[in-house]
Design a protein. Sequence first.
Length: 383
Amino acid sequence: MKIAKSICGILIILSVVVACTTAKSQYEKGNYYDSVMRSVEKLRKSPNNKNARETLANAYPQAVNAFMDKLENQDHANVDFQYTKAAGTYRKLNSMYESIQRSPGAQQVISNPKKYYKTLDRIKPLAADEQFEAGLYQLSMGNRENAKQAYYYFLEADKFVPGYRNVGEKIDESYHRSILHVVANLKPVQSRFYEVSADLFYKQVENTLKQIENNEFIRFYSPEEAANNNVQNPDQILEVNFEDFVVGETHTKETIEKMERDSVVIGEITLDSGRKKEVVGTVNAEVALYRMEVISRGLVNLSITKNGMNDKDIVYQDLPGEFVWFHEWGQFNGDQRALSDEQVVICQNKRITPAPPQQLFVEFTKPIQSQLHNKLISFYKNY
């Protein structure tokens, strides 16, 4: 127990020493704000820490002066989003004030930290106006990417001043114009020869589309959903179609081989002395091995068409898949010892019926589903 307490004490001391060193290193690099915040945090845990107190005493006035110089330079330079940037600076100044107020040890070092809440309150409407006007400009450009930028500007305006002007309406408008509407037509399997279902395959495709929809600006609709939601002119048409497939193409291969192995004990004799001796000789066998292969393969076509006057294909790709079910069995005449270990195992097998068509269909679609998933994720990641 005493050892455990000693270790805990050492760890606490080490953490304080490392933190103070980090705060001092930030100060030496000119990162005065980070130095202040780290020093205050250490003083909250260790109020009398000498290094933290010294670092804070030096870093705080430097941080305030650096922020004031930054504000003055931005004012003279008339930079873009001047009030937005100023609001960010005043927030950091207030963060230093709040951190010091929460630390008795830091208050002993900086007894009168500066606060800028009133100044920040005066600036917020100006920053909101900057963001709102930038949003209006982007929205006026008319295309989807500009609408996305407008959406973010309007959100920022609303953060500065909730309900600023008609920002709620503009957020809704820009968001609606930012969405990529895609109708996903997952075509059912058509076959005169097989009764198979692609339900599991398309369930995985739907999961992929839901994953892509984690991007808040992309929405997929089935043709029925598009009709119900009045999506009459989608941005894209996505189609997945089984172009061609075969299930259960069977091939059986027979291999007959004569096997021979020497130096095998084939008997025993008794010598004149009465001692028994093993007789070593050669053993033979003829083995017939059979391998049945049931091949299932198919081709799925993915097309993504940009909906518009020319209905241009932006993706058109065939995705192949194949699965080979196999089974081996055999029989032999002669001495089993002439066979290899593998041949013995195969000869112990009995001929069995191949997997049913639905299972074979599912298996050959697995590599296709993987390709399709990767293709869709890659294609839509930049939207």
